[in-house]
Ligand binder design. Structure first.
Ligand code: GLN
Length: 379
């Protein structure tokens, strides 16, 4: 059997693998960021109504106009960004779909794409499948600060784009205004694209503001956001990209070729969701803050020292106390002992640093999370 050269050496992601391992022992899955909270009725009923009304055919490749208009209003209201719903937004199959379309539409094989480490493994692997050359800048815990001089040094003659995931999966870091201003300066000076992943924008702690990188370099930024986490619809696979017209035009061409369009009735359900009252988005924050505090204290008690996240719903924790040489072994040991699944830190790092970390997802119903915390505390 012939497998493409660029796929050789690829295996199933640890994120997916740990879900299977967890099911094998009927464990609690704090591995894959599944998010099993209830979908708001506005969104659910909107999709059901669209199906009942037989709105079941393809939407435009760039998405249903109702959803693009809702997204444009939301970008203005919550992100301070203006985007023309007719030309500057493309609805995609998840934020991952937006990322895949963006890199294939805007970059050529061999182009360098800079990732901040720890990175989301799907960004790295999607870049490899697109034939790009990944480049890395390691950010150090606990604050994962981005320094302008380090960024300058990390740029090579090959670099064409920088990926910024804020709030970050897996670290929970939220890039500050000063960091994003510096990033925009470097991007302008070196003529680079900025590709964001802001899917966790509404999940943040201690009153922090989400700052969109496009605010500082609008003409060269592809803003990628998603609906999975905001409406707890990870399985609906809905995301979008906002960028200047020429780039959205190219992204839409690829979106059409790969996917034709995102599922129409689900787009219409999500469009209804954006008219949820302000309170809905605020409550997301307070609900997750409680969950974050709960798991961080349980991890501390289990001698798995957490790096407390600023946003997103993951926490990295030090697994050195489990006494294993690799984080994969540590994750398996923890699963056997507690039947709580996590993700080995090596999924987010090239080198050694990841071997002493595990990532836990706390997007769980309170009862499930509390039981997982009890098991961790008993370790
Ligand atoms: N983004 C989620 C995670 O990091 C899930 C992605 C996936 O299932 N591959 O766990």
């Amino acid at each position: 059997m012939q497998i493409a050269r660029r796929l050789r050496g690829f295996t199933q992601s640890d994120i997916r693998r740990m879900t299977r391992e967890c099911e094998r022992v009927s464990g609690i899955n704090l591995g894959q960021g599944i998010c099993d909270l209830p979908t708001p009725s506005l969104v659910r009923d909107g999709a059901i109504a669209a199906i009942r009304e037989n709105r079941s055919t393809y939407s435009f490749a760039e998405g249903a106009i109702e959803l693009r208009q809702a997204i444009a209003r939301k970008l203005a209201r919550d992100n301070g960004l203006t985007a023309d719903p007719l030309t500057e937004i493309c609805v995609t199959v998840g934020a991952s779909g937006a990322f895949a379309c963006a890199i294939n539409a805007l970059l050529d094989p061999g182009d360098g794409i800079l990732l901040f480490e720890p990175y989301y493994g799907y960004h790295l692997n999607a870049a490899l499948v697109a034939g790009l050359t990944p480049e890395f800048l390691a950010l150090e815990p606990p604050d994962f600060a981005l320094r302008e001089e380090d960024l300058e040094k990390a740029i090579t003659p090959r670099t064409r784009a920088i990926v910024v995931c804020t709030p970050s999966n897996p670290s929970g870091k939220m890039y500050t205004r000063a960091e994003l201003e510096a990033l925009a300066r470097v991007a302008k000076k070196r003529d680079l694209l900025v590709i964001t992943d802001e899917i966790y924008e509404y999940i943040r702690y201690d009153g922090r503001e989400h700052i969109s990188p496009a605010l500082f370099a609008r003409d060269r930024t592809i803003t990628i956001m998603g609906l999975s986490k905001t409406f707890s619809i990870t399985g609906w696979r809905l995301g979008y990209a906002a960028a200047p017209e020429e780039m959205i035009h190219a992204i839409t061409l690829v979106n059409d070729l790969y996917y034709v369009c995102a599922p129409t009735p689900l787009q219409l359900g999500a469009a209804a969701g954006f008219s949820a009252p302000r309170r809905y988005f605020d409550e997301l924050q307070s609900a997750y803050q409680r969950k974050r505090d709960l798991i961080c204290s349980a991890l501390g008690a289990a001698h798995l020292e957490p790096i407390v996240p600023e946003g997103a719903y993951y926490v990295l924790a030090d697994c050195a106390s489990l006494g294993k040489a690799t984080s994969r072994e540590a994750a398996m040991l923890l699963l056997e002992k507690t039947r709580v699944a996590s993700i080995p830190g090596s999924a987010f790092y090239r080198g050694k640093t990841g071997e002493r970390l595990l990532r836990f997802c706390f997007a769980k119903d309170d009862d499930v999370l509390e039981e997982a915390c009890r098991r961790l505390r008993a370790l």
